[in-house]
Ligand binder design. Sequence first.
Ligand code: MRU
Length: 365
Amino acid sequence: MRIDGKAYRTIWPTEDGEAVAIIDQTRLPHAFEIARLETVEDAARAIAEMQVRGAPLIGATAAWGLWLALRRDACDAALEAAIALLARQRPTAVNLAWALEDMRRLVAPLPEGERAQAARQRAMALCEEDVETNRRIGAHGLGLIREIAARKGGAPVNILTHCNAGWLACVDWGTATSPIYQAHDAGIAVHVWVDETRPRNQGAALTAFELAKHGVPHTIIVDNAGGHLMQRGAVDICLVGTDRTTARGDVANKIGTYLKALAAHDNGVPFYVALPFSTIDWSLEDGFAIPIEERGPEEVLEMAGRTEQGDVVRVAIAAPGSPAANPAFDVTPARLITGLVTERGICPASREGLLGLYPEQRAAG
Ligand code: MRU
């Protein structure tokens, strides 16, 4: 997508061929900075500290991280150590394990001397696939928005989204935002309610930034406003991403997603989840078996912001001494989900729905 007229992806190999470049998302929206990853430890740190985040981008970064590891040492032990290091950085998004397994399958049978080059090519291809997958998700989701627009006689379609399932969470396009960008580009009037998404504010800091750069009308709301807006008919559709979706269609996504799904259910608002195949965990049925990342209390007890002087500072927002809990994801049961928007089409959030789109998993399972 474009930032001030220049096309960007979230991750790419540097021109000197020695490293990987990322947009440092911990600096957004106040500063746009590119960071350089030179080692697998850099890649692991970027994932852990959320310089890169969002399920598909975490997977892509892990793939590039493995290339960085294998350039240094391509023996079996180094390969396994790098996979273990990258895999333990964030537990919920299954794309991380998926990308690492994909890379291992490719490089492990190769002679050591060929592994780094093969890993580089695969990381590159994985990124290209991510872009195309998300473009397709958008093409399928566009139909949903078009239908609502037609029903409303061209009045803006109000879409509520949570966290950042935008291009910053992927290599490009985004999952939940891809239909929105494609609708906007097709001339359909859309307006996005952007949940701020406490505690890290991915909605206010990242989704709003993206949408603004692309010229998509949007409004930031506090996380608790969604239900109120739905009761008043101000939301036509909810469209969110996911970090892991089970074989029966339960969805783990950023904390607060479940409450939006409950409110949508109570108010008859369609609630769709957009995802690529790499986010489906076919080994799990029950969403409550998904590991939920617990992050540090400082994310809840402090906030970062820009002062009038332009300095970015952290401030405490709670009385000293109170403890805080910070579960980073929640699980929305399939029964609350109207449909899953994938690169292969839209299906009910159910085992049969998913198998209808991915019939090859019948044999695998
Ligand atoms: O903690 P984050 O910012 O990595 O969480 C991201 C989300 O929950 C997104 O909504 C999800 O990964 C979908 S990304 C296309």
